[in-house]
Design a binder for this molecule. Structure first.
Ligand code: ATP
Ligand code: MG
Length: 553
């Protein structure tokens, strides 16, 4: 695992900042921000942007604000905003200030008046369709609006009346007056304000006109004194507009917008809008479904902030949009949990194993290590008796050559316990195996034989009388295809992405819901699901022990 303490990975954004500092730009200040729209829950892609912005602020002794970009009242909610602050904090970051674009509505309005006064903005009465149709194409210039020459006084009057609520949604818009022939379509008199008679989650009914993203973002950054405004690559073509707005109003700060490639992961989706669809259409059980790449889903699945930050660092910051493999994310959590998670034994698909020559009604305590590589984590005692549960998958009546686990006549080691040899298999009327009978060798207590006899297989077990029951949820990729497509989402969902096992048998020390993740030996890493209650335990498998998935495909 990388050590953030002494090796700070560099990237082209940090290089730009270094250069700016060397040139004495911004009086040596570094100020960034993370500006989510509260229209959904954050996903692992956002974590990339969070680590970047907050990480830079930390390393350069700068500042980083959390700013809600809340300018689309219909799509935004308090619930989303609360989930976002929770997720940022969970990742371990502290913002310098919490801001809201909606706090700037009045100032944004005044800057718009300033643009109108300077002849740099006008009110357009054309319909939305007409405005779209007259924007031109990549090869053809747009057509000037007949409203482009509207006198300043008339623009001011109309814009104020727009604010006063005199017009219906869509009746008028405020547009920047730039250049309808610009090769950059974003510069063809972009819309700055539109009318929306919608209740805003913070400002209520105070406003019925709302500023557009491009207009809001640059001014909000400037108001907050941001030095480096980091955003994803799709805004590269918007940068001239970002600069144009700031150049045409009287504002002392001019942040530098720098774009980086979005993080994409295979077999999942990284868009709040599409994640919202999965939730609304009930393909998953809420935004924190452990199969989702949302931070709340990953948290519930058992991911740690350490693993996510490590992953973001490994994925790196580049100028291009690549797709990162899910297995890379899984490796990050595996490495973290391998180090921190105590070991335990859990039988997910139990079958009874009866030891014929072990005294009935007797039991003993055997000592197990909590972590094979970390003696500091200590040991625990596990009860052993004549009736155990072992995993169905650890027994085969007719084993193939390389199967070293239990089968008739075969001797295996019960982890931390004894060698046992299978003597008999009991079946029900349908031929289903219901019980395995064994003899044990009392000389092998602790799991080794004094005569040096070796066994090839070691299997895990729990004592039937002492075991606690649990439900265990196993997860797989949410989609069957690496790059799910919007129009076929429902048919691309992996129907086996959630497998619920009931009646799993766990060793007794797992009997309490714990905040802590465990490694269930040979099965993977697991955490307690919040659905657990006293007497009814639910565990989620965070990740398997090895990357079996890449091999399978
Ligand atoms: P979505 O499509 O998921 O809603 P968005 O970019 O519209 O994404 P915002 O809430 O506007 O979501 O994003 C806040 C910040 O997070 C932005 O600066 C954005 O660039 C960044 N961000 C969003 N998605 C990713 C991603 N996949 N990789 C890196 N940064 C991202
Ligand atoms: Mg957005």
């Amino acid at each position: 695992m990388s050590d953030p303490g002494n090796t700070t990975p560099t990237n082209f954004i940090r290089q730009t900042i270094d250069r700016d500092l060397a040139n004495g730009k911004n009086d040596g200040r570094v100020a960034t921000r993370f500006p989510p729209e509260p229209n959904g829950y954050l996903h692992i892609g956002h974590a990339r942007a969070i680590c970047l912005n907050f990480g830079i602020a930390e390393d350069y002794d700068g500042t980083c604000n959390l700013r809600f970009d809340d300018t689309n009242p219909e799509k935004e909610e308090t619930e989303y905003a609360e989930s976002i602050t929770r997720d940022v904090e969970w990742l371990g970051y502290t913002w310098t200030e919490l801001r809201y674009a909606s706090d700037y509505f009045e100032r944004l309005f005044q800057y718009a008046i300033e643009l109108i006064n300077r002849g740099k903005a006008y009110v357009d009465s054309q319909t939305g369709d007409t405005i779209r149709e007259t924007r031109g194409t990549l090869t053809e210039p747009g057509i000037d609006s007949p409203c482009r020459g509207r006198p300043v006084e008339e623009n001011l009057d109309l814009f104020r009346r727009m604010r006063a609520g005199e017009f219906e949604d869509g009746a008028l818009v405020l547009r920047a007056k730039i250049d309808m022939a610009s090769p950059n379509i974003n510069m063809r008199d972009p819309i700055l304000y539109r009318i929306r008679h919608a209740r805003h989650w913070r400002t209520g009914d105070d406003w019925c006109i709302y500023p557009m993203y491009d207009y809001t973002q640059c001014i909000s950054d400037a108001i907050e004194g941001v030095t480096h405004s980091l955003c994803t690559l799709e805004f590269e073509d918007h940068r001239p507009l970002y600069d144009w707005v700031l150049d045409n109003i009287d504002i002392p700060c001019h942040p530098q917008q720098i774009e980086f490639g979005r993080l994409n992961l295979d077999y999942t989706l990284m868009s709040k809008r599409l994640l919202n669809r999965l939730v609304k259409e009930k393909h998953v059980n809420g935004w924190d479904d452990p199969r989702l790449p949302t931070l709340s889903g990953l948290r519930r699945r058992g991911y740690t902030p350490t693993a996510i930050r490590d992953f973001c660092e490994r994925a790196g910051i580049t100028k291009s949009q690549g797709v990162v493999e899910m297995s890379m994310l899984e490796n990050s959590i595996r490495e973290d949990l391998d180090h921190t998670a105590p070991r335990a034994m859990a039988v997910l698909r139990p079958i009874k194993l009866v030891i014929n020559n072990y005294p009935q009604d007797a039991s003993e305590l055997l000592t197990a290590q909590n972590h094979p590589k970390r003696p500091d984590m200590g040991t625990r005692e596990i009860p052993f008796s004549n009736t155990l549960y072992v995993d169905r998958e650890d027994f085969l009546e007719d084993p193939p050559k390389k199967f070293y686990r239990l089968s008739p006549g075969r001797e295996v080691r019960l982890r931390y316990a004894y060698y046992v040899t299978c003597t008999e298999v009991i079946k029900d009327d349908d031929g289903e195996i219901v019980e395995i009978h064994c003899d044990y060798d009392p000389e092998t207590r602790g799991g080794s034989s004094p005569d040096g006899r070796k066994v090839r297989g070691t299997i895990h077990w729990v004592s039937a009388a002492h075991a606690v029951d649990a439900e265990v949820r196993l997860y797989d990729r949410l989609f069957t295809v690496p790059a799910p497509t919007q129009n076929e989402l429902s048919s691309q969902i992996n129907s086996l992405s959630l497998l619920v096992l009931q009646g799993c048998k766990l060793e007794p020390y797992l009997g309490q819901p714990a905040a802590q993740p465990y490694q269930f030996e040979r099965q993977g890493y697991f955490c307690t699901d919040p659905d657990s209650s006293k007497g009814s335990l639910v565990f989620n498998r965070t990740v398997t022990l090895r990357d079996s998935w890449s091999k399978k495909n």
